[in-house]
Design a protein around this ligand. Structure first.
Ligand code: URP
Ligand code: ZN
Ligand code: ZN
Ligand code: ZN
Length: 511
């Protein structure tokens, strides 16, 4: 097992839910519209020692040691929670340019106060992977949690999964169906993993692309002499995402366990999720900001530095897919928005200047997500303000079983709060962002709605365009297994078993 001396990652290390956030800071946010996923109301919010103490109208100002913030005409909302990031990730021969500190700076400046990152095992070893990510996260400036990837299978891995869930606060495991030769798993491994996830009450997540076919598609492009960034998209078309999504959904159905499909980038994948949901299956679909608002035309830009920054997997699709994904998000087919923030600067992207297969995959988004979703979905009337809170924060907290500590502005919730001014505008770009990358896929993008102030665990960390953050202040958030998506699974298993043992009744039902 994992020989650790306790501490924040250890079950023996005490209740991580009761942090040491209390530094005596007291804040009263007055006059704003407080938005939770279940309703919006005119109310004040009183915060003490990192926790929301009261949410109601007309809270009296009281003594001088309370900082009063005027939120008149503004929205007071739970800070964003990004379910999908890769900070300090070793990938494709390099390391992402954003680590936990610069990533958190970007996040907080953009109104995101928590994220869940993917621990990558070391040579398939989960314990070594967690150890490595604990070190990477030592300079964290906001709260974070971990998913964990499963990249090989044996009895030791199965045992370690149990240790991760029971001792280390991890309640989700990701299976990559692509990246052949590095992270990719076989169907056999996926089945074993789904079964183990189910028994642990951990959510299985999939990167759904057919990795064998991707290799075939890549060779096809190289044979045609297509070596530029556009070859990336051409080599792994939507059909390969649709196929893998359908396959993962059917295997999860066969095991009867919930499935979370990360970075849904195409109509093809989205339609498979819609179909499964219609049939009553528990499938969660996560679109990412790049997939919702960008299209693949950038990959044909003659400037390699421009084109290569859009290379991610699954690829950003042709115009039309994004609109369909937005509609699916509005109607609940897709449930929550991530970023897949995985940044490489132009020097790193240049590793693939003569072969798209060597361009490190990934785009930015951690700083931009809250603004882009507000501007493209709320400002356009596609979703309500309460749905905005749901898809950017609350749904993530509920799925990963940390609600209402996170994902809500309620009495007792962590004071992770943003104040958004709907009248202000934003402009995005590499010259003003907080990521360490020298490029930004949203370069020059303008829109309405501005996160003017971010509070992380009761401290104002972003205000008037200024960050005030401390490396090492971020807390690891433990996530317990058997979240709401598992509720009822046992009953449906029992019903299934009963149906197998009642062949006569079956025959009668058919007759
Ligand atoms: O291109 C991407 N998405 N890079 C990050 C790794 C992954 O597949 O999520
Ligand atoms: Zn431990
Ligand atoms: Zn992925
Ligand atoms: Zn990812």
């Amino acid at each position: 097992g994992f020989g650790c001396a306790g501490g924040q990652f250890c079950a023996a290390g005490g209740d991580a839910g009761c942090g040491d956030g209390g530094d005596g800071t007291r804040i009263l946010i007055k006059g704003g519209t407080v938005v939770n996923a279940h309703r919006a109301e005119e109310a004040d919010v009183y915060i003490e020692d990192g926790v929301v103490v009261a949410v109601r109208p007309n809270i009296p100002v009281g003594d001088d040691n309370v900082r009063v913030i005027d939120a008149t005409g503004k929205y007071v909302m739970p800070g964003g929670i990004d379910p999908h990031t890769h900070l300090a990730m070793e990938f494709m021969g390099t390391v992402t340019i954003d680590d936990f500190f610069s990533g958190h700076a970007a996040a907080l400046a953009g109104g995101t106060t928590m994220h869940i990152d993917f621990v990558i095992p070391v040579n398939g070893n989960l314990t070594a992977g967690l150890e490595s990510y604990k070190q990477k996260a030592a300079n964290a400036a906001m709260d974070y949690g971990f998913h964990m990837a499963i990249t090989k299978w044996n009895d030791e891995v199965a045992r370690e999964m149990e240790v991760m869930v029971k001792e280390h606060g991890i309640n989700s495991f990701k299976f990559f169906m692509a990246y052949k030769g590095s992270l990719m798993v076989t169907d056999d491994l996926l089945l074993q993993g789904l079964r183990k996830c189910k028994s642990l009450g951990a959510l299985a997540m999939v990167h759904a692309e057919n990795g064998d076919a991707v290799v075939e598609g890549q060779q096809r492009m190289i044979d045609l002499g297509i070596t530029g960034p556009e070859g990336h998209a051409l080599s792994r078309p939507p059909i390969l995402e649709g196929e893998a999504t359908a396959r993962a959904i059917r295997l999860a159905n066969f095991i009867n366990t919930p499935l979370y499909v990360v970075h849904v980038m195409s109509v093809d994948a989205m339609e498979e999720i819609a179909k499964a949901k219609r049939e009553g299956q528990r499938v969660i679909g996560e679109p990412v900001v790049s997939g919702l608002v960008l299209d693949d035309s950038w990959l044909w830009d003659p400037d390699f530095i421009v084109a290569s920054k859009y290379v991610m997997s699954p690829p950003i699709r042709e115009a039309g897919h994004g609109k369909a994904l937005q509609a699916a998000l509005s109607s609940g087919i897709l449930q929550l928005v991530g970023t897949d923030h995985c940044t490489f600067n132009s020097t790193q992207k240049a590793f693939g200047s003569d072969d798209f297969r060597k361009i490190p995959n990934g785009v930015n988004g951690l700083e931009e997500r809250m603004h882009i979703i507000w501007d493209s979905m709320v400002e356009t009337g596609k979703i309500s303000v309460t749905d905005y809170v749901r898809v950017t924060s609350t749904e993530c907290a509920r799925i990963f079983n940390i609600y209402p500590q996170k994902g809500a502005v309620l009495e007792g919730s962590d004071a992770d709060i943003i104040i958004l001014n709907p009248e202000r505008s934003f402009v995005m770009g590499a010259h003003t962002h907080h990521s360490r990358s020298n490029t930004n896929v949203y370069e020059g993008r303008k829109g309405k709605g501005m996160v003017e102030l971010t509070i992380s665990r009761g401290r104002v960390v972003w205000e008037d365009g200024v960050l005030n953050i401390t490396p090492g202040s971020g807390r690891y958030i433990r996530m317990a297994p058997f979240g709401y998506v598992f509720d009822g699974i046992e009953k449906s298993d029992a019903a299934y078993r009963a149906s197998l043992r009642a062949p006569v009744q079956r025959g009668k039902a058919a007759a």
